[in-house]
Design a protein around this ligand. Sequence first.
Ligand code: HEM
Length: 329
Amino acid sequence: MAMARVATAALMVAAAVLLGLAGGGHAQLQNGFYKGKCGANDVEAVVQGIVRARFARDAPIVAYLLRMQFHECAVNGCDGGLLIDGPGTEKTASPNLSVKGYDLIADIKAELERRCPGVVSCSDIQILATRDAVALAGGQPYAVRTGRRDRRQSRASDVVLPAPDSTAAQTVAYFGKLGLSAFDAVLLLGAHTVGATHCGAIKDSRLYRYGGRAGATDPALDPYYAFVYKTWVCPNAAASDGNVVFLDDQWSALRVDSNYYKLLQRHRGVLPCDQNLYGDGSTRWIVDLLANNSDLFPSLFPQALIKLGEVNVLTGTQGEIRKVCSKFN
Ligand code: HEM
């Protein structure tokens, strides 16, 4: 029985790889691109040291960076566009107003500029820092290719991100436009294994106005959880909009692990887009696979993050290497 399950899992993973999980990546990115380019400094070690120090006093940084990588790479690619300050930039678009972690990217950039000015791009710093934070939070370490350059453009009007109440089909279609498979999409939403949302994102859709009906609660939400949220966490008053709900079980909300998928099986996913992955047969099998084989997510999540991190990157002589991540040169 156990053998059969392992064999099925292996087959499904093989199918997922054939369906594009492994991905081709971007031809001009390289492993160790910065080797020998920053004097005697090991760029990746510098980044890792700063991320480690930050993680030690502020573990939720892993959630900030993962979300930042998504909001960065999904909009015109991983090009540093999200980091630019000023009116009308990507940062000012409403889904980005709650993105955090910019200060860490700025700190890393300042240190690298001190050691070797004009060498390391802000877009590479984002990808390296996320990678390091994931490993610190219990995820598997992984190598990333570097050599990205920063785009000289950042427009709020380009920011199109999925709504929190996206159906599984909408989520899969969204990631499909980025060149990512349904399997990648389910793996990437596994980033919700860390971090939190605000009650404002779930009050209408899940607790008080499901389907637009006043007083209706989403039947896909575990009734005990619905009770807890309504009674203590997100009471039905505007004042609770800013209250925080962990996306994974509280004890697991800072760990990169497969518990998120087990929650979905128990109808305890927090955002509608999370629970919808289990409600739809086309993605439920992936949720079941990742929930029932807890060593799969840790090894496959990095592959999906690598693919996300290589969406539409600038390389070679394209774009620029910014001096300060929040400003074009
Ligand atoms: C259909 C796709 C997705 C939707 C609709 C979605 C939506 C959301 C929403 C509404 C929040 C809460 C924001 C807040 O209240 O401040 C959130 C948080 C988060 N998202 Fe997603 N997300 C999606 C995919 C992803 C992906 C692909 C990643 C990363 C690979 C990601 C990483 C995170 C993380 C780590 C948090 C917690 C942030 C924190 O604690 O500050 N999400 N997401």
